[in-house]
Design a binder for this molecule. Sequence first.
Ligand SMILES: [Zn+2]
Ligand SMILES: [Zn+2]
Ligand SMILES: [Zn+2]
Length: 250
Amino acid sequence: MQIVFLGTGTSTGVPHICCNCEVCTSSDERDKRLRSSLLIRDKGKTILIDCGPDFRQQMLTHQICSLDSILLTHEHYDHVGGLDDVRAFQTMDIFAEDRVAETLLKTMHYSFAANKYPGVPDFKMHIIQEYEPFGVGQTRCVPIRLMHAHLPVLGFRIGNMAYLTDLKKLPNEALPLLQDLDILILGTLRFKPHFSHLMVDEALEIVHLLKPKQTFFTHIGHDMGKHADVEKQLPSHVALAHDGLTIEIY
Ligand SMILES: [Zn+2]
Ligand SMILES: [Zn+2]
Ligand SMILES: [Zn+2]
């Protein structure tokens, strides 16, 4: 299995519009973060987790011309705002929980109409539920419940990799499903507390609890600091992801 971080930024992306902080003006390419999304290539299938507003740019940058399925963590715009651009692909299988699908039925009603305008995206919606595994081809995906402050969202375990973003709390029921991970990817906004996202200390507590071999933080804000400075402050088995980071998992 191969994973590619297509975006590792929080909802605003990094740099922020009109911000002159040292991160937003950094010349280090790793400090330029599109909205968070992960590409997975496994057993002949190409799977995307989340489809934010930078989806089009991410597809062009990585020359991705074939996509089989999109898994959605939740309905916030930084995770679904690129779905209109899925029109470039064939019929797309979308996996999301009920509430997220209902939101899309409203915001993207034109894609679900009986008589569609030619050229609109063609979605095949699959409703998934917490802890009920589903398959994309031969790839088994397990939806993991996460709490994004008061909003229940989903993370996904695929093989020995788990992608958990936009969480403040990991419910106890999720813990048994997150054992023996080679790669844990955790949405971690910054060092200071935030009401709906993990800060670094909270993320490190989860790392301590789950003991994955390697952890990457994603969904990173400009107030996390510069990539080069932050990586020196993290334990050796924990790192910041950056856009384009590609990992082979065996
Ligand atoms: Zn988000
Ligand atoms: Zn900034
Ligand atoms: Zn969110």
